[in-house]
Structures are given as structure tokens and as C-alpha cells.
Design a binder for this molecule. Structure first.
Ligand SMILES: [Zn+2]
Length: 82
């Protein structure tokens, strides 16, 4: 029974594995309403439009809350430093 003469080096092994592990970029399309890059057959996350119709109106309240919470986090971090 023929056997390999030498063990493959870690570099050779890693090169072989990395050649098959590269992820493909998803297909991207532009939103017909705002022109933002989005996934095809999905609602645009920028404006909430799909196929020229408003499906998901953009929420303004949530973003204001997130800004407030981030400010609180920043103040907490500052307190910890001092
Ligand atoms: Zn859009």
C-alpha cells in the first residue's frame, strides 16, 4: 500500500483549507425609490419601499431612543473612568 512520504506542512494544509472557505459576496441591487444598496427581493431598509410601494414606514421614535441610551452608556463609561 503506497503511503505519502512526508507529512504536509501546516502552511500547505492551511492554504488548501482557505481556498474553499472564501465567502461569496451576495448579489446586491439598488432601491428603485431611494437608490440605496439592498438585497434583491427584500424591503429597502433605508426607506421601507418594496416594488415601488411603501411597505414598512420608517420609525423615527426608535432612533431617538437609541441616541438617548447611547448617551447614557457614554456617561456611565465616563463615570467608570474617573
Ligand atoms: Zn430605498
Amino acid at each position: 500500500m503506497p503511503n505519502p512520504k512526508r507529512k504536509h506542512t501546516p502552511h500547505r494544509r492551511d492554504c488548501r483549507r482557505s481556498a474553499n472557505s472564501k465567502l461569496d459576496m451576495p448579489n446586491l441591487s439598488k432601491c428603485s425609490n431611494c437608490g440605496a444598496v439592498k438585497l434583491p427581493h427584500k424591503i429597502c431598509h433605508e426607506c421601507g419601499f418594496y416594488n415601488g410601494k411603501l411597505i414598512m414606514p420608517k420609525k423615527v421614535k426608535k432612533s431617538a431612543e437609541s441616541v438617548e441610551s447611547s448617551d447614557k452608556r457614554g456617561s456611565i463609561n465616563n463615570d467608570n473612568r474617573s
